[in-house]
Write a protein that binds this ligand. Structure first.
Ligand code: G1P
Length: 289
């Protein structure tokens, strides 16, 4: 079993970042010098994904342009002898990786967005990455680790992390039993429960590898939390038919869908950036000593 395809649901409005997201996609906001979506794409490519499927909407053209060739820019950089930048713009995705774009005509939820990509997936397992969840894992990427587990065990898997009990209402929350190091077997999953109804504080973060049977389950999933078709509800239905796993990843997740998470990511990626780390660190120490 090889996982070749990944879905990036990027149709969301990005209301929390208005006015920045009035005309530009939130996924194109940069953390230091790379748009948020590029980090997710790099994580997918590292995991061996060769077909990237973006589920987009009307204001998301910039994402397509970002992953396409810009001949005019390349020509200018070449003539100006700016080889380093030329390499940067040419190598955003490797040559063996292809991109496809499909529209989500109505904002009916994450489950609906994934279902929109069905014609491009066919009958094989696939990954889903929510770019808002920026995951820093030095060494092996979060999706790489999940893909390895699926290639072994051949079940769907979701990434999880422990969150504060006050935050369970923002996430898909699981009930589970331990299955080994960092691995759990799902016993239940519920989208955005109230604190008193949450089965645990283990929250789903935006990385999934799913068996293709999820599509027929999504087709019969009714609107759930927030009146949206929830991927979480289809995963709950899948548990009745096949085992679903949860993976407690190593590393740090930044919620770039929130201003605070985005700012934190900017500071911490700035401190890790080879060109900036020293000066930025010195600036912060001087400014906040
Ligand atoms: C989505 C999922 C939720 C998951 C979260 C992770 O919610 O529906 O189950 O926990 O992503 O970021 P959203 O953040 O789109 O409301």
């Amino acid at each position: 079993m090889r996982i070749r395809k990944a879905i990036f649901p990027v149709a969301g409005l990005g209301t929390r970042f208005l006015p920045a997201t009035k005309a530009s996609p939130k996924e194109m906001l940069a953390v230091v010098d790379k748009p948020i979506i590029q980090y997710a794409v790099e994580e997918a490519v590292e995991a061996g994904i060769t077909e990237l499927i973006f589920v987009t909407s009307i204001t998301k053209r910039a994402i397509e342009d970002h992953f396409d060739t810009n001949y005019e820019l390349e020509d200018k950089l070449k003539k100006a002898g700016q080889e380093r930048f030329l390499e940067v713009v040419r190598n955003i995705i490797p040559k063996h990786v292809s991109c496809a774009y499909i529209r989500q005509p109505e904002a009916l939820g994450l489950g609906h967005a994934v279902l929109c990509a069905k014609p491009l997936i066919g009958g094989e397992p696939f990954a889903v990455l929510l770019a808002d969840d920026l995951i820093y894992s030095p060494g092996v990427g979060c999706l790489s680790s999940m893909v390895k587990i699926v290639e072994d065990i051949q079940n769907s898997i979701v990434a999880i992390e422990r969150v504060s009990i006050n935050d369970v209402k923002k996430y898909g929350i699981i009930a589970s039993e331990p299955m080994g190091k960092q691995l759990h077997r799902l016993q239940g999953i519920v989208e955005k429960p109230a604190q008193e109804d949450a089965p645990s504080n283990l929250a789903v973060v935006g990385r999934y590898v799913l068996m293709p049977e999820i599509f027929s389950l999504l087709e019969s999933t009714l609107a759930g939390a927030n009146g949206e078709i929830q991927l979480t509800d289809a995963i709950a239905a899948m548990m009745a038919k096949q085992q679903v796993l949860a993976y407690e990843f190593e590393g740090k997740r930044y919620d770039c869908g929130s201003k605070l998470g985005y700012l934190t990511a900017t500071v911490e990626y700035g401190l890790r950036h080879p060109e900036l780390s020293e000066e930025f660190d010195a600036y912060l120490k001087e400014r906040y000593r």
